[in-house]
Design a protein around this ligand. Structure first.
Ligand SMILES: [Ca+2]
Ligand SMILES: [Ca+2]
Length: 252
């Protein structure tokens, strides 16, 4: 039920966004540097392919006092303004990031929290995306550039599953590649995001709760943080199935 309600919010916001406009600033080109994502990524077909931490340990993904979600994404297609957003990273019924109307969005408490400064995302190009919450405000980043719009709605306290590439039951899901996914329970600063988006972080970095480098093979998506909260591919995390994203690499 939560999902349909939230997607209705997204639909309303889709029309609202169609009436707004972006200023197009911050149009930073990032060449694809080798190393950070050169040896493996996940490719999602846009039709429900997903990776999930289905049963995170209790209290592991609680973000009351802050979070940072970050990843590299390479969208194959991007929804138009009148399409629903495509969630690709987060917790169903709580907070998630999505590609929407050509840019990046964040939903929490069932509402979009950053709306008014649009940096276009590009197709077929790697871009670093991040969302931070410090207990009071949100900031979204594309290629380390903060978007101007912020909100202060608060996060939902939840122990729900964590998903990559889609949310279960979502009508519209991510189409393209995702790599170097990091989940923190602290707000990383702009300087920290910039300093580390091109380089790996240590497994015991303070506040790092999950870290998916998307390398290797098989059904397990290995968590490279010290916590070992591994994810699984597809609807069945143990066996190949039609919802498994494809593993791609080394240079794609
Ligand atoms: Ca990788
Ligand atoms: Ca599977």
């Amino acid at each position: 039920m939560y999902l349909s309600r939230s997607l209705c919010v997204l639909l309303v916001l889709a029309f609202a966004s169609a009436c707004g406009g972006g200023n197009g600033n911050g149009d930073v080109d990032i060449a694809s540097p080798p190393g950070i994502r050169g040896t493996g990524a996940l490719r999602f077909d846009g039709f429900g392919e997903i990776a999930s931490i289905a049963q995170p340990p209790p209290m592991h993904f609680l973000f009351n006092t802050g979070f940072t979600f970050e990843a590299w994404i390479k969208p194959k297609t991007i929804p138009t303004k009148l399409e629903l957003g495509r969630p690709f990273f987060g917790q169903g019924g709580a907070q998630w990031m999505y590609v929407h109307a050509g840019t990046l969005g964040l939903v929490t408490q069932g509402q979009q929290v950053v709306t008014n400064d649009i940096i276009p995302l590009k197709t077929n190009e790697w871009q670093h995306v991040a969302a931070t919450y410090d207990g009071s405000i949100y900031v979204l980043y594309i290629n380390g550039v903060p978007l101007a719009g912020v909100g202060s709605i608060g996060v939902l306290t939840t122990m729900n599953a964590f998903h990559i590439g889609a949310l279960p039951g979502a009508m519209s899901t991510f189409h393209g590649d995702i790599d170097e996914i990091r989940v923190w329970n602290v707000a990383r600063s702009e300087a920290e995001i910039l300093a580390h988006m091109e380089t790996p972080v240590p497994p015991d970095a303070p506040g790092l709760r999950a870290y998916f480098r998307c390398e290797g093979s098989g059904q397990e998506l290995t968590d490279s943080s010290q916590h070992g909260v591994h994810a699984g591919l597809g609807s069945d995390p143990l066996m190949p199935d039609g919802d498994d994203p494809e593993r791609v690499g080394p240079d794609f």
